[in-house]
Design a protein around this ligand. Structure first.
Ligand SMILES: [Zn+2]
Length: 255
């Protein structure tokens, strides 16, 4: 059994038996891992963290060779991101980020870029940058960094580069259709050129630059619709936190 130390974001936690907790972590060095924190509910001072979802911690764990559940012996909070938790919109956006990490990222598969992206987005969210914009940026960048690799540069049907003319989004094909291919999916819908340009801009620029990007309400609404449909289509289910977001001020994917 190897003893490992790494930075970890708490994805979620739930009670286990009388005194313990099970938690999913997104770690810098090992990707997503599941840990058990024994006795934490009986003696909360045993760990220097309350293991809140989307808090950043340093953990020490014993990596089991025979199971995907590992014993966490130490968990020290480094940043609790309290400011996110105190605000409904930011908290809902934070929960969606955690749900996405859980649903999209494979177990125990290191992806340092996804870890760094998550920390940067949470830091900016805590520092009061717009939660809705950060969530959009997170989704676009995380999908590009994960195995999903949606391609918003070319047509899903003929693979030609998205050029002039009407651009349509096909939910069943999971991408964009160029002006020559609208009949490939009669249920596809026309989308704004500005929406496509925003996605391409976010994919090509770093987080700091993309924060300056202006998104009008129509484009924001369309981005929510496209990203959430894309994710739901590939996962085969709607994200739970999406329903919460739709009830808050964040524009709902109602189209
Ligand atoms: Zn085409």
């Amino acid at each position: 059994m190897a003893i490992l130390k790494t930075e970890a974001i708490v994805i979620n936690k739930r009670d286990f038996r009388e005194t313990s907790l099970l938690a999913d972590f997104y770690t810098r060095d090992h990707g997503k891992i599941r840990g058990i924190l024994k006795g934490i509910r009986k003696d909360p001072r045993k760990f220097a963290s309350t293991v809140e979802p989307f808090s950043r911690n340093e953990i020490v764990f014993y990596k089991s060779r025979t199971s995907t559940l590992h014993l966490v012996s130490q968990c020290d909070v480094k940043d609790n991101f309290t400011a996110i938790r105190q605000d409904l919109n930011r908290s809902a956006a934070g929960s969606m980020i955690m749900e996405l990490l859980d649903a999209v990222m494979p177990q125990e598969d290191k992806n340092e870029e996804v870890f760094d992206l998550t920390v940067s987005v949470l830091e900016r969210m805590a520092a009061a940058s717009a939660a809705e914009k950060l969530l959009i940026i997170f989704k676009i960048k995380m999908l590009a960094l994960s195995g999903f690799k949606p391609n918003f540069d070319s047509c899903v049907s003929c693979d030609s580069r998205i050029g002039g003319g009407e651009i349509r989004f096909s939910l069943s094909l999971g991408g964009l259709l160029c002006s020559n291919c609208p009949r490939k999916d009669p249920k596809s819908r026309a989308i704004f050129r500005g929406t496509v340009a925003s996605i391409q801009y976010i994919q090509r620029n770093d987080l700091q630059n993309t924060l300056g990007l202006g998104l009008n309400p129509q484009i924001k609404k369309e981005l929510y619709f496209i990203l959430d449909s894309f994710i739901a289509f590939h996962l085969g289910k709607k994200m739970k936190s999406q329903a919460v977001m739709e009830q808050l001020q964040v524009p709902a994917a109602t189209v």
